[in-house]
Design a protein. Structure first.
Length: 164
């Protein structure tokens, strides 16, 4: 990575552009624990960095900068569980399976059903939806309107695709 200069659209080195390392470090806020990415983040809070014409995760850039190339099928995981952290001491390589095990151990898995804080429905609502569809002439669209959900969502509930 080192002294790479951002290239212009023609692919030539252009001294008007700042080196990737300078651009990277000016977007990092080092705290006593995490090194927080302060620039663009994805919807999950992971930092994004433009390098060699592509967007990459800031944590991956940091890992490669400090430890070298990342093997294929490996993910950069966080010991601190802070998606915006780029501190190399908090980053480690693992598989998707390692990530899922780490998530379960730390009890960070997504909550299902009414345990999910974003859920509009309860288990009682689910029973009502299934009973209404089974015992009345209401359509999935009718039921969706009653419960402020889409007809597709109602259909997935009725067909046991979700909320099993």
């Amino acid at each position: 990575m080192g002294k790479y200069w951002t290239r212009d659209l023609s692919g030539k080195k252009n001294p008007r552009y700042r080196p990737a390392l300078i651009r990277f470090w000016e977007k990092v806020n080092k705290t006593q624990t995490c090194w927080l990415w302060t620039a663009c983040k994805d919807s999950w809070g992971y930092g994004e960095f433009r390098y060699k014409g592509k967007n990459i995760k800031a944590s991956r850039f940091s890992y490669q900068l400090h430890y070298g190339k990342i093997p294929k099928n490996k993910f950069v995981l966080h010991t601190c569980d802070n998606p915006s952290c780029v501190n190399p001491g908090h980053l480690w390589l693992g598989t998707q399976s390692d990530n899922m095990k780490d998530m379960a151990i730390k009890k960070r898995q997504l909550y299902k059903g009414e345990d999910n804080k974003n859920s509009k429905l309860t288990k009682v609502d689910i029973e009502k939806i299934r009973n209404l569809y089974k015992n009345t002439n209401l359509t999935k669209a009718d039921i969706g309107r009653l419960f402020s959900i889409s007809d597709v969502h109602a259909g997935r509930i009725i067909n046991n695709k979700i909320w099993n």
